[in-house]
Design a protein around this ligand. Structure first.
Ligand code: ADE
Length: 230
């Protein structure tokens, strides 16, 4: 890869990247600032997309137009797979927009009508890099699985069960599948790396801020390790 694109949705998620990258230039488009520079001697471009699928889609397209030839999405998510604990890591095998629902027309939930695909597979090589980084840094605390994205903060056990039963998802967040779709439309490889900030069960407000900082830190360390080995 010649220029590695890195996106986080929130400030906590890119703050650490900002501390460690030698930034050569920055450009602001559609209200998002893209920083270009070098991390471990590799060309990178990174930014904070903002929360939700629209922010993530616009952000990804601009990042690709700036020349990124792969995209790593880093951040936090709510655990859906019951095996996951707070702080554990999910590396995406694919991602689905769980809130895409045209079931009244006979389409399965998550299916984008008349689009070539609705489940966007992540890139094998990027998955491998993310998994080996997680295994090195957080042994036994990561799994590969389906990342579910929607414009909703999931906060009930019933919804978690529904998402797990319907999609066999590993975690729920609000951007990954939208990044994935834009990458797919442009023929660019991607992977999502998410660290669990909560169990999506309605208790997130209690310590979301604290766990988010920890979890964002874990995600950053994985990205850093991946860039080293890419
Ligand atoms: N990001 C972190 N936790 C989440 C949740 N429970 N639902 C959606 N996005 C999240």
């Amino acid at each position: 890869f010649n220029k590695i694109g890195i996106i986080g949705a929130m400030v906590e998620e890119i703050e650490l990247l900002h501390k460690h990258t030698e930034v050569a230039s920055e450009v602001t488009k559609a209200g998002i600032t893209y920083y270009e520079g070098k991390l471990h001697g590799k060309e990178v471009v990174y930014c904070k997309s903002g929360v939700g699928k629209v922010n993530a889609a616009v952000c990804t397209q601009i990042m690709l137009d700036l020349g990124a030839d792969c995209v790593l999405f880093t951040g936090v998510a709510g655990a859906v797979d019951p095996r996951l604990n707070i702080g554990d890591i999910v590396v995406s095998t694919s991602s689905i927009q769980h809130d895409m629902d045209c079931s009244p027309l006979g389409f399965a939930r998550g299916t984008i009508p008349f689009h070539n695909r609705s489940e966007f597979p992540a890139d094998e090589r990027l998955i491998e890099l993310a998994v080996s980084a997680s295994d090195r840094l957080f042994p036994g605390r990561s799994l590969k699985g389906i990342v579910l994205s929607g414009d909703q903060f999931i906060a009930s056990r019933e919804t978690v069960k529904l998402l797990h039963d319907t999609f066999e998802g590993a975690c729920a967040e609000m951007e990954g599948a939208s990044v994935a779709q834009v990458c797919d439309m442009n023929g660019i490889p991607y992977v999502v790396i998410r660290s669990m900030s909560d169990k999506a069960d309605g208790s997130a407000h209690v310590n979301f801020a604290e766990f988010t900082i920890q979890a964002a830190n874990n995600s950053y360390r994985i990205i850093d390790d991946m860039v080293k080995h890419i």
